[in-house]
Design a protein around this ligand. Structure first.
Ligand code: AMP
Length: 281
């Protein structure tokens, strides 16, 4: 395993290797979800680059940038299971030097859901991912479906700006009780952790209604809200049934692929989760 802290060092390592590169951008504090992305990248490419960078531009002023969990030593120990991986760990100064002033704005698909509640979030995500793509120059890049809107934003950016990169979406890795793995789960107390699977239970309840024939968008949202309301520690930010491609909120009868998603506060954690329905018609 090789660790590069600077753009120059990463580029030097990149040049020493021939063959395909798979890239996994992360904010560190790694868990099995991240490792699943690394495994996929490792299986499908000659080389793998993993970046660990808590990106300040994707956090709002009242969000958890400073509190976001960090443990580089532990992350590197987890990645040492992949002997050939190159780990890129730039500083904020390296990525955003004095005078930085160029940003990437992906418009419509950034606007609803997380984008509506976290102004500027996807501008920060698209900017850092575009810069990382230019530094790493991978053939493939791996993103979790857990962050479904992020995946949609990156796909749109790659299409619009003609990055020669295949974007691979990887299914959400969950704990045995259904909770989607997330670095932010570390904010949960034991009692809150026990309450947190309510997000996935709410998604599954709506999926069950859908599978028994329900197609009304508001009824599916109501099904999710009812499950969440039964958990006193869960404070709903939003619950959504949206078109899986445009991410526009559905009204009336749904058809085609739809994204069921939600953001819920439990204690000091703001948790998000989603599932897609109707992929096969
Ligand atoms: P993060 O470090 O939270 O920015 O996540 C880095 C990448 O890992 C993103 O593409 C996430 O969507 C993905 N990821 C995070 N959690 C999971 C999970 N539970 N299952 C699959 N991918 C995930």
């Amino acid at each position: 395993m090789i660790v590069c802290e600077s753009i120059d060092a990463l580029r030097r390592e990149r040049k020493l290797r021939t063959g395909t590169f798979g890239f996994v951008p992360t904010m560190g504090y790694l868990h099995e979800g991240h490792l699943e992305l690394v495994r996929r990248a490792n299986a499908e490419n000659d080389h793998v680059v993993v970046s660990i960078f808590v990106n300040p531009t994707q956090f709002g002023p009242n969000e958890d940038f400073n509190a976001y969990p960090r443990d580089l030593e532990r992350d590197l120990a987890m990645l040492s299971a992949f002997p050939d991986v190159v780990v890129f760990t730039p500083s904020v100064q390296e990525m955003y030097p004095q005078g930085f002033q160029t940003y990437v704005n992906v418009e419509a698909v950034s606007q609803g859901l997380e984008g509506a509640r976290r102004p500027g979030h996807f501008r920060g995500v698209a900017t850092v991912v575009a810069k990382l793509f230019n530094i790493v120059q991978p053939q493939r890049a791996y993103f979790g479906q857990k962050d479904a809107q992020q995946l949609a934003v990156i796909r749109q950016m790659v299409r619009d700006l003609a990055f020669p990169i295949e974007i691979v979406g990887v299914p959400t890795v969950r704990a045995s009780d259904g909770l989607a793995l997330s670095s932010r789960n570390s904010y949960l107390t034991p009692e809150e952790r026990a309450a947190a699977p309510v997000l996935y239970r709410a998604l599954c309840a709506a999926q069950a209604r859908y599978e028994s024939g329900e197609r009304d968008a508001e009824t599916l949202r109501e099904t999710m809200r009812a499950v969440l309301a039964a958990e006193p520690l869960a404070h709903v930010d939003y619950v959504s049934v949206a078109d899986a491609e445009t991410l526009c909120e559905c009204e009336g009868a749904i058809s085609g692929a739809v994204l069921l998603s939600m953001a819920v506060r439990i204690g000091r954690a703001r948790l998000i989760d989603n599932i897609t329905l109707g992929i096969n018609g």
